[in-house]
Design a binder for this molecule. Sequence first.
Ligand SMILES: Cc1cc2nc3c(=O)[nH]c(=O)nc-3n(C[C@H](O)[C@H](O)[C@H](O)COP(=O)(O)O)c2cc1C
Length: 335
Amino acid sequence: MTDLSTTYLGMELKNPLIAAASPLSKKLDGIRRLEDSGLSAVVMYSLFEEQITHESNELDHFLNAGTESFAEAITYFPDLPTYNLSPDAYLDLVRKAREAVQIPVIASLNGISSGGWAAYAQKIEQAGASALELNLYYLPTDPNLSGAELEQAYLKLVRDVCAKVQLPLAVKLSPFFTVLPQMAGRLTEAGARGLVLFNRFYQPDLDLEKLEVAPRLKLSTSDDLLLPLRWIAILHGRVKADLALSSGVHTGQDLIKAVMAGANAAMTASALVEHGPSRAGKILKEAGEWMDEHEYASVRQMLGSMSQKSVSEPAAFERANYMKALRTYDDRMPR
Ligand SMILES: Cc1cc2nc3c(=O)[nH]c(=O)nc-3n(C[C@H](O)[C@H](O)[C@H](O)COP(=O)(O)O)c2cc1C
């Protein structure tokens, strides 16, 4: 019998497939459906800093170009006050979800400033959440803001939240750090017990007829797996944190790749939004069948077996592989 169990943030999970934050967890019924579909944990959709406080000075400092610069505000939730539940209703949903399902319920906060809103993490803990995911993402448009300053703000927030709660904290990152392994290490020193790679952020498009900026929410495909896969493989065994892969998990093989690269768990949103939560069952079935065929007895046995530290050609994850990849196109060019 194939053993799919894994651990993430100190929690025992029956398998490595977690429902990533998405509108599917906005209602109790949705959370029940995610459990019934076989997912081993659910990350709730995010509660935004802006929903909790509009008055933080630090937030004003970072958002001096207006909310438009807070990339996700215009993409996920164009009309924040009406789109999402109020903070109190969010807590209520956490409470009810914990009673209604057996799987861990991971609450999600989205923000970057270290204002009073971070104290909200305490309320989330009191509401009974199993863990907390902090989605750190800010699009810097101000040329006077240095990378170091922004990183300090992220670290301060993680430290502040960790000082307030006992809950295991995972930090969901964007891929846009100059030296990601260093930042990953500093986040774990600041208290993060897990890192989620990566937040998928939505690029605004231009509507040429209306001459407007049009937020486009494009769901991922398996091609989007490659970016987090590489970084999970590089970070596995190098940071003292559990790793969760997020972006591009659509099939059983995607899930297997995530685990082999070194992810304790993989999260999926687009596949479930597109095909319904029952797609999770298909992904898990495919992964189990693949493991049987290839004689793997457990997920633990596969974990990190293709991380950069484990493969025979570690340079394949680095620059050397780029030249090799480019050369594969040489033969296809007209002679
Ligand atoms: C419709 C939709 C809503 C999302 N809402 C949130 C959110 O509230 N908080 C968050 O951290 N991520 C949110 N995400 C990002 C997902 O959790 C996930 O990280 C991302 O979509 C990449 O995974 P995927 O390739 O499986 O979709 C959302 C994604 C989608 C598609």
